[in-house]
Design a protein around this ligand. Structure first.
Ligand SMILES: *Cc1c(COP(=O)(O)O)cnc(C)c1O
Length: 352
């Protein structure tokens, strides 16, 4: 090994779901929304002044923050925006998890948490979910350096109630508790309502799932101004201009259209409930999902075999080759038409 090679940072990266290059695939592997974003996107994109690209974007992301502030009826200084919630959570790790004590998160969860912890050298401990994939709240009562979990959880889709979250907050008032609500709009109660009661709570949401804008990369955190200001300082210590001009303009344009947002969510959750019935009929077992995906297993068929078979038919679902969940598939809810095709192929597989 050369001397300089010894100083290269080695890290096991997060592995995102595949983005197939071929056309005509049914893509149920990365929890994207099958419907287009709100129509305001077309107008805001057409009106976008390309000459303004000469200039750096607004480092405070004011237009976007103001729309979020109106939507949530909370002061603008309660919002931090970033390049997807991945960017936001990454900044939060660097801002809040500096005690040297272990942070806690569930053992089956968003696999990025352990990657950030490794990247920023934050010690951590994974707490086992119970046999129903629920968090065991007592496990989070021990002294720790912070807590983070998604609600609903990924990849399970399991929702924790607001009472359970409040119990975790009650027992963790000396550290920052982050609730990652990437999927909350598909059927959960947001912890935003607890923000005024718990100054150590940070809620993170995204435009990538319910708002159909994964490609735009917009995420945000909601918390009290002290937490938000601390995150802003860390951001300005790394890169002042994370949000590009078109993301700011286009992102801001969609927020006020609640009707479209709710209509899209309703379509997806209706399809999800129908998908649950079809999975049941085929003998699949799954925890009840409140997200835009279902985490399924079958006692007779290997998840990996189903995954491979679907792929030969250009249908992509997510398979995790991770101990404990390696006989599960996470299937994103697509349109009714996509789900019909998916179930046809699944039935075909089960017959042969
Ligand atoms: C999708 C997802 C995110 C990140 O989404 P962004 O596209 O970066 O906003 C964060 N947390 C969980 C649990 C997710 O599934």
């Amino acid at each position: 090994m050369k001397a300089w090679q010894k100083n290269i940072r080695s890290i096991t990266p997060y592995v995102p779901g595949e983005q197939p290059k071929i056309k005509d695939v049914i893509k149920l592997n990365t929890n994207e929304n099958p419907y287009p974003p709100a129509p305001e996107v077309i107008k805001a994109s057409a009106e976008f002044d390309t000459n303004s690209l000469r200039l750096y974007p607004d480092p405070d992301a004011t237009v976007l923050v103001e729309e979020l502030s109106k939507f949530y009826e909370r002061p603008a200084d309660n919002f931090f925006v970033g390049v997807g919630s991945d960017d936001v959570i990454s900044i939060a790790f660097q801002t809040f998890f500096n005690s040297g004590k272990k942070i806690f998160f569930p053992d089956i969860t968003y696999s990025f948490y352990s990657v950030w912890a490794d990247m920023y050298r934050v010690p951590y401990e994974c707490k086992k979910l119970d046999s129903d994939f629920k968090m065991v709240k007592e496990d989070y009562y021990e002294e720790n350096g912070g807590v983070i979990f998604p609600n609903p959880n990924a990849p399970t889709g399991v929702l924790e109630s607001l009472e359970e979250i409040e119990d975790i907050l009650e027992h963790n008032q000396d550290v920052i508790v982050i609730v990652d609500e990437a999927y909350i709009d598909f059927g959960g109660e947001s912890a935003v309502s607890l923000l005024d009661k718990y100054e150590n709570l940070l809620v993170v949401q995204t435009f990538s799932k319910a708002r159909s804008m994964a490609g735009m990369r917009i995420g945000y955190a909601i918390g009290n101004d002290e937490l938000i200001n601390a995150m802003k300082a860390v951001k300005f210590a790394i890169n002042s201009y994370t949000m590009n001009q078109s993301s700011l303009a286009v992102g801001a344009s969609v927020i006020a259209n609640k009707a479209y947002f709710e209509e899209t969510i309703k379509k997806i959750t209706d399809t999800r409930e129908r998908a649950k019935e079809r999975f049941k009929k085929l003998g699949f077992v799954f925890p009840d999902s409140r997200a835009n995906f279902i985490f399924v297993t079958h006692e007779k068929y290997q998840a990996k075999d189903i995954f491979e078979y679907l792929k030969t038919k250009n249908i992509f679902v997510r398979y995790f080759n991770t101990p404990g969940i390696d006989n599960y598939l996470r299937v994103t809810i697509g349109t009714d038409e996509e789900m019909d095709k998916f179930f046809d192929v699944l039935e075909e597989f089960i017959k042969v």
